[in-house]
Design a protein around this ligand. Structure first.
Ligand SMILES: [Zn+2]
Length: 263
């Protein structure tokens, strides 16, 4: 009877120990996740010249880091992309279009709460509006950040990172884009293009072709800023996202988003 009593006590102690261990593991992972959650960006936050330098030097690094970026959303496709990113535990960056944010605010909120960076791609994705004059350029950016702020519940949201529609490197509007870079600096923004893509916006590619495009484009490169689109207009990058992540992991890549550049 005594032995039984001691054993029972031991069992209880063991159960308590197991509960404590599970609790500690849970606390560890919640803390770990909270570190990767979005830092609050607002007009009061500041992107330093060192950070601007880091962003502009990003693709010159030999480090095997991949920054997945999705342009032109949000759309219904974004939901599928968010699910895959969560499954794969990858944090990405979304360059959203302001008018689309107003259409799907709940999707932007989810992306933000999942720890993805919500960056600015202009309100209309229309170069005639964007480059009309300095005021309209600034307005395209401010209106987009206001839409993001409304969606995620942060007043005075400032995304700090802009991507030019069609990219800064595209041939059109060269002198206007140079002027725009000065305006961006005044507004405490920087911009980023990409150095890797699967060409999902070019035409209707099959899954295999999209993955091959990515492999070719990533070849012999260090850090990657990967351009994809979360719209349903042309090729569907969400259909190949899981395989693309697996491929980059096999190649030794670690995934980060732009929050890691702003700390
Ligand atoms: Zn775009």
């Amino acid at each position: 009877m005594k032995v039984f009593f001691i054993n029972k006590k031991h069992i209880i102690i063991n159960i308590i120990l197991v509960i404590l261990i599970v609790l500690l593991i849970f606390l560890y992972f919640s803390f770990k996740n909270s570190n990767t959650l979005a830092i609050e960006l607002s007009k009061n936050s500041f992107i330093s010249s060192e950070n601007i330098e880091k962003v502009s030097e990003l693709t010159k690094s030999d480090e095997k880091i991949a920054y997945l970026t999705f342009d032109d959303g949000p759309s219904k496709v974004t939901v599928r992309i968010l699910d895959i990113l969560k499954e794969e535990n990858v944090k990405a960056t979304f360059f959203v279009i302001g008018k689309h944010v107003e259409k799907y605010p709940e999707i932007v909120k989810k992306a933000y709460e999942d720890g993805h960076y919500i960056a600015n791609h202009g309100y209309d994705h229309d170069n005639s509006k964007l480059y009309k004059n300095s005021e309209s350029f600034k307005e395209e950016i401010i209106k987009t950040d206001e839409a993001i702020g409304d969606a995620i519940g942060i007043q005075n949201y400032c995304s700090h990172i802009f991507r030019f529609p069609n990219g800064f490197m595209s041939p059109g509007n060269k002198s206007k884009k140079k002027e725009a870079v000065k305006l961006l600096a005044e507004m405490n923004y920087t911009y980023i293009d990409w150095n890797c893509l699967n060409n999902d916006s070019m035409k209707k590619y099959s899954k295999e072709q999209l993955l091959n495009n990515l492999k070719k484009s990533a070849k012999n490169k260090g850090s990657l800023v990967v351009l994809m689109h979360d719209t349903k207009d042309v090729s569907d990058s969400s259909a190949i996202l899981k395989e693309s992540i697996e491929y980059l992991r096999q190649e030794g890549y670690e995934f980060k988003n732009f929050y890691d550049l702003l700390d």
